[in-house]
Design a protein around this ligand. Structure first.
Ligand code: 9YT
Length: 133
């Protein structure tokens, strides 16, 4: 069994800060744990408004706290996000995330992230990222 503490992970290389300063994410469970998915606690900063398109991954996002909205580009639908909301990008949906307040999210990625990924120009993660040492 593997046991980790968020507070400890936040002090380590598991905490990744978005170079564009929209979010930070502490990656508690990664590819080298061999679970088939990765699990992260992500903070979306208040006022963030940015596009993502996970062409190489499926992602589920559960809101622990905060408020915002997610908009899917294919149909222009907007969904309110508050504590208890989950959105599931089962079609690699291109989307915009907006944070009215700071939002804390639990995020699961399949395939698992390796550790150091940040968004490319399309708002996706490449598959050849480095593993955290
Ligand atoms: C909700 C979302 O995808 N935010 C971007 C960061 C991502 N959750 C991550 O790398 O943990």
């Amino acid at each position: 069994m593997i046991v980790r503490q968020l507070e400890e992970a936040q002090q380590s290389g598991r905490r990744i800060v978005d170079p564009k300063k929209n979010w930070e994410s502490t990656r508690l469970l990664l590819n080298d744990d061999n679970m088939g998915f990765s699990f992260h606690i992500t903070t979306i900063y208040a006022g963030a408004d940015f596009d993502m398109h996970y062409q190489n991954h499926l992602e589920s996002v559960y809101c622990i706290s905060g408020e915002g909205e997610v908009e899917t580009h294919a149909d222009g639908k907007k969904y309110a996000i508050k504590a208890g909301t989950i959105y599931i990008l089962d079609k690699h949906d291109k989307h915009t995330l907006r944070a009215t307040t700071e939002m804390v999210m639990a995020c699961v990625f399949n395939p698992a992230l390796k550790g150091t990924e940040v968004h490319n120009a399309e708002g996706a993660y490449e598959l050849d990222a480095d593993t955290i040492a």
